[in-house]
Design a protein around this ligand. Structure first.
Ligand code: WT7
Length: 669
């Protein structure tokens, strides 16, 4: 396996036509973005429409030092704009009205459609008017639980047009998780679909929403309106059966079908002018205490940064077709399916299904069908596709591809090479983009025409981003070394707060190292200055790119009356990256058996979502604890991978526990 010394230069043909075509050009632009951030971002901001002009004398202010006062970040404060206006009206005015904004590709290959910028604008205005009719006003939260269909994007943009704050929840989360999020943001209106096919699986989205809304009502919060897209009746089911929307249970007075109210609404809607620092959307991400955090992004900075990263990181040119496979329920879907591409008048593919339906070459079929130039997916998808015959890739014409993106977790060199050689034919650049829900956009990444690639390294900071590595005591590590990955100043799309909880925002991200935004990840800097993200340094797990906390899973396990204590650690997994390995201690009367294991796995699926199902549940008569009672997870991680090299265990209250746990590892774990 080539080591980190192996460096892959960008294809010279790609470099030649790229916006940034050499390391020296990158360095020059980067330096300007750091030395003169107001000028750098100010020039970019001028390409957008501002209803109230930007005050360039006070372009951006911030405080990252908790010892000096409250944490805040402001960009272009006081200027007003509307992101929907900039994404749609501005592009239509600039001659892109007939340009395709989205090619929609359904789960079934027979289902597809397209939408131009002009038509998208009309649909957005219609739905914006519907939202207004339903009493939704600037600042109100709208919950969205949608499959990958065009109405999801229409919904998001309609919210932004009237200044409502959308709060999407990935439609793979359980009713419990969804209810918790609706309650936290006090959503007044919910948008969903009757259901959707993912491969051969039918997702009953409306019924999950019904359960979630019922749970909210029990807690005293009533969702006033639920708009339902009748989607199943218009698509081809894998079995060829016909679905009728009459089957969808609708609660009179609350639930209404999209097709019964949207088509007759007016196709124009004057945009609400929003301050640059007004909330744009919120999106929940897991927190290490178990309670999800409502990350809040604001309007102006997010718009400018999403647009800029999309342009440079994918080197998007006007006739290109771009495809990001991420679900819109995640931040990648927000910034790089919706906001970034539309801000650049791009043409994108929106795909509803899985990589495996109807065959394991669906991704490559779609790349060929739409002649995709930039393809953006996750390492877990790459790893699951690597298992199949090369022929599934090689039989398709993938010559349109120029840039291949990776996001969500570190990409292992083996997957990187497969992606580079087999999919990219050694002609394409791979952009390994490191970022977070909180960062709003890419923060570490190579640029495809300029930065030589090292497999597994997210390379260099994007413009305006200043990464720092710190040791445990908060001392900066200069040059080569490994430490906590932090940032010493904000870029325009850094989250501004956690919804209704600025205290938690300050403690989670700004308290450990005053003066820095703390990512929660570790990273290493090599001799060339490249950054290698090594993974979470907190109690978070990344399963197939889904972030979750050990605490939230432990809380679910201990809810079972047979369980007295639980500890969850991550174990490396060949496809998912990491998987959940759970240790449970039963109560005096509890019995550890197959039934309990099944119950616990089911509980995690139901409370969080199917993607969170644990791989292993091990009986732990006792857990390795220090004398002060702290569980030593380091040791549990060793047991999970059956590595006897556990290191120093002298601080354990009872060290015999370790041998016991090694001996009782379940077969095949
Ligand atoms: C966490 C953020 C960014 C959108 C998807 C996930 C990990 C993400 C990379 C990468 C190494 C990565 C980090 C980060 N991560 N991208 N290219 N290399 N690690 O968003 O759910 O907020 O998760 O994902 O651990 O902190 P998220």
């Amino acid at each position: 396996m080539p080591s980190e010394k192996t460096v892959f230069d960008p294809n010279p043909a790609l470099a030649k036509s790229a916006y940034v075509s050499s390391m020296s050009q990158y360095k020059e632009m980067y330096q300007k973005s750091i030395d003169k951030p107001d000028e750098f971002w100010g020039d970019i901001a001028k390409q957008f429409h501002w209803e109230t002009p930007i005050n360039y004398d006070k372009f951006h202010t911030f405080n990252f030092d908790i010892t000096k006062g409250p944490i805040f970040t402001k960009w272009m404060d006081g200027a007003t704009t509307n992101i929907c206006y900039n994404l749609l009206d501005r592009n239509v005015r600039n001659g892109h009205g007939e340009k395709i904004a989205f090619y929609w590709e359904g789960n079934h290959p027979d289902d597809y459609s397209r939408l131009t910028y002009k038509k998208l604008l009309e649909e957005v205005c219609r739905f914006a008017n519907v939202l207004k009719n339903k009493g939704i006003q600037k600042g109100d939260r709208v919950a969205v639980y949608m499959p990958m269909i065009l109405e999801a994007i229409v919904t998001m943009l309609a919210c932004t047009r009237i200044g409502a704050v959308h709060s999407l929840v990935f439609a793979g989360f359980s009713a419990d998780s969804f209810a918790e999020r609706i309650l936290d943001c006090e959503a007044r209106l919910l948008v969903t679909a009757d259901g959707a096919w993912r491969g051969e699986k039918l997702l009953q989205l409306k019924s999950i929403c019904d359960q979630a809304m019922a749970k909210c009502s029990q807690k005293g919060h009533n969702v006033e309106t639920c708009v339902v897209v009748a989607h199943l009746g218009r698509v081809t089911s894998p079995q060829g059966t016909q679905y009728s929307s009459n089957k969808t249970p609708m609660t009179p007075g609350r639930d209404v079908f999209w097709h019964e109210i949207v088509p007759q609404a007016c196709t124009s809607c004057y945009p609400e002018w929003m301050e640059a620092e007004d909330p744009l959307f919120m999106l929940y991400t897991s927190g290490s205490t178990g309670k999800p955090k409502g990350v809040l992004h604001t309007t102006g900075g997010y718009m400018v940064y999403a647009a800029t990263t999309f342009k440079y990181v994918f080197d998007y040119k006007q006739n290109d077709v771009y495809w990001c496979t991420a679900d819109i329920g995640w931040i990648t879907g927000h910034t790089y399916v919706v906001y970034g591409p539309l801000a650049n008048a791009a043409t994108s593919v929106l795909y509803e299904g899985t990589p495996f339906y109807p065959h394991n070459d669906r991704f490559w079929t779609v790349v060929d069908k739409y002649k995709v130039n930039q393809f953006y997916t996750a390492p877990t998808a790459i790893r699951s596709l690597m298992k199949f015959d090369d022929e599934l890739v090689t039989k398709h014409n993938l010559s349109s591809l120029k840039v291949l993106g990776s996001v969500g977790e570190p990409i292992n060199p083996e997957a990187w090479h497969w992606y580079y050689k087999l999919v990219g034919k050694e002609r394409c650049s791979i952009v390994d983009t490191f970022w977070q829900t909180e960062t709003g956009g890419h923060v570490l990444t190579p640029l495809p025409g300029a930065i030589p690639m090292k497999p597994g390294s997210a390379a260099v900071p994007f413009f305006g981003v200043q990464p720092v590595l710190l040791d445990e005591s908060g001392k900066e590590i200069k040059g080569e070394g490994e430490g906590y990955l932090v940032f010493s100043r904000p870029w325009p799309s850094l989250m501004r707060t956690l919804f209704n909880n600025h205290d938690r925002y300050e403690t989670t991200y700004f308290t450990k190292f005053p003066g820095y935004y703390c990512t929660g990840d570790g990273a290493r800097r090599d001799a060339d200055g490249y950054l290698w993200v090594t993974g979470r340094v907190d109690d978070m797990l990344n399963v197939s790119g889904h972030l979750m906390s050990t605490a939230e899973v432990e809380a679910i396990l201990t809810e079972n009356p047979a369980v007295s204590e639980a500890a969850v650690v991550s174990k490396p997994h060949p496809v998912k990256g990491e998987c959940l390995y759970c240790f449970v201690t039963t109560t005096e009367n509890g019995v550890f058996d197959e039934i309990l294991i099944k119950q616990l796995k089911q509980a995690v699926r139901e409370k969080i979502g199917p993607f969170a199902q644990p791989d292993v549940i091990q009986n732990a008569p006792a857990l390795p604890k220090t004398r002060s009672g702290k569980i030593m997870r380091r040791i549990l991680r060793k047991i999970a991978v059956n590595d006897r090299d556990v290191g120093d265990i002298s601080t354990l209250a009872d060290s015999s526990v370790v041998d016991q746990l090694f001996a009782s590892r379940p077969q095949g774990a």
